[in-house]
Design a protein around this ligand. Structure first.
Ligand code: PYC
Length: 319
């Protein structure tokens, strides 16, 4: 019986499953090289940990690895139900809150190597009140990698309707659409999922990709909200929607806002998710790009061991 210890947290409703031991030997090198080896040689591990019956489509995995960059204290590989993520904002907040819960880190700033660059995550001290005196610090700010807009106001035909969207990078690739016409609310998840999936199919059919050919594999549908500056529904590559406002998605949004001169340094943007959780975002302008900082909270919710029995016909997950 193989045993894989795990710690589950959620960040604004979006879960992160942290794995720190009993994973395949990924050899030496950078986090990007380790991710490559995991994908090429041990993709079954990803499926065992995240896919049903042990996991669920909504889960994001965070595999804690040794960084190659000597300025970093941590290295992490993010993965989901269908593959691997470059960066993950909610996952980084979840990782930090989980390590804080485990007593492995104390408040302060940590440099983390991801497959797409180094981010800096700051664990804030817990607010000391009589009610939470014994609680672990769980509020985190993530200074993300440089983010930018690639395409502005791209027209896409979906079922005879013309919609528009920007294409932007925030550690993952996003198509950001405002004129979709749907209500962004938890009562509307099926139509939102369906439309986002069709939008993705439409621009993919047009040959729209990242400069390196990577798929634009996340879709964001925005709407106004009285509770924040904007509300969004974010569809992830494996067709699960992000319960959090999506850290990399908010970074992509901030890049577009900065390019349009709607947000400036020193301002705070509050992005609400479809389930009502909120991230705060700030920007540092760097030429055509920005350095976004995303702040949110994560909560630990389960810990234990995944058991992988070789005799189990679904030991490797239902793919
Ligand atoms: O928070 O960056 C994020 C994220 C990406 C996919 C799911 N969450």
């Amino acid at each position: 019986m193989k045993r894989i210890p795990f710690l589950d947290s959620h960040t604004g409703g979006e879960p992160t499953r942290l794995i720190s031991e009993n994973f395949p030997d990924l050899g030496a090198g950078s986090v990007a090289e380790k991710l490559f080896r995991l994908e090429q040689n041990f993709d079954t591990f990803r499926s065992q940990v995240l896919n049903e019956p042990r996991g669920a489509d909504v889960l994001v995995g965070a595999l804690l690895v040794q960084p190659a960059d000597s300025t970093c204290q941590l290295g992490v590989i993010y993965f989901n139900n269908v593959g691997y993520l470059g960066m993950c904002g909610h996952g980084t907040i979840g990782l930090m809150a989980s390590l804080s819960y485990q007593g492995k880190i104390t408040p302060g700033a940590y440099r983390i190597e991801t497959s797409v660059g180094v981010v800096e995550a700051t664990l804030h001290p817990a607010q000391k009140t009589p009610e939470n005196a014994a609680s672990y610090p769980n509020r985190v700010s993530v200074r993300n990698i440089p983010s930018y807009r690639l395409l502005k106001h791209l027209a896409v035909q979906v079922d005879g309707q013309t919609l528009h969207g920007d294409v932007a990078w925030g550690g993952n690739w996003f198509f950001l659409c405002h004129d979709h016409g749907l209500e962004v609310s938890p009562q509307n998840l099926e139509p939102l999922t369906d439309l986002a999936w069709r939008i993705r199919a439409a621009y993919t059919q047009m040959g729209i990709t990242a400069p390196d050919g990577h798929a634009i594999d996340h879709v964001e549908l925005f709407a106004p909200t009285p509770r924040a500056d904007s509300r969004s529904f974010v569809l992830c590559p494996g067709k699960a929607y992000d319960r959090s406002p999506c850290g990399t998605g908010t970074s992509a949004k901030l890049a577009c806002l900065a390019a349009d001169k709607i947000i400036r340094e020193g301002q705070t943007w509050r992005q609400e998710s479809v389930v009502g959780s909120i991230f705060e975002g700030r920007v540092q302008i760097q030429g055509e790009a920005i350095i976004p900082t995303i702040t949110g909270e994560a909560w630990v919710m389960a810990e234990g061991q995944l058991l992988v029995d070789e005799r189990d016909p679904f030991a490797n997950g239902i793919k």
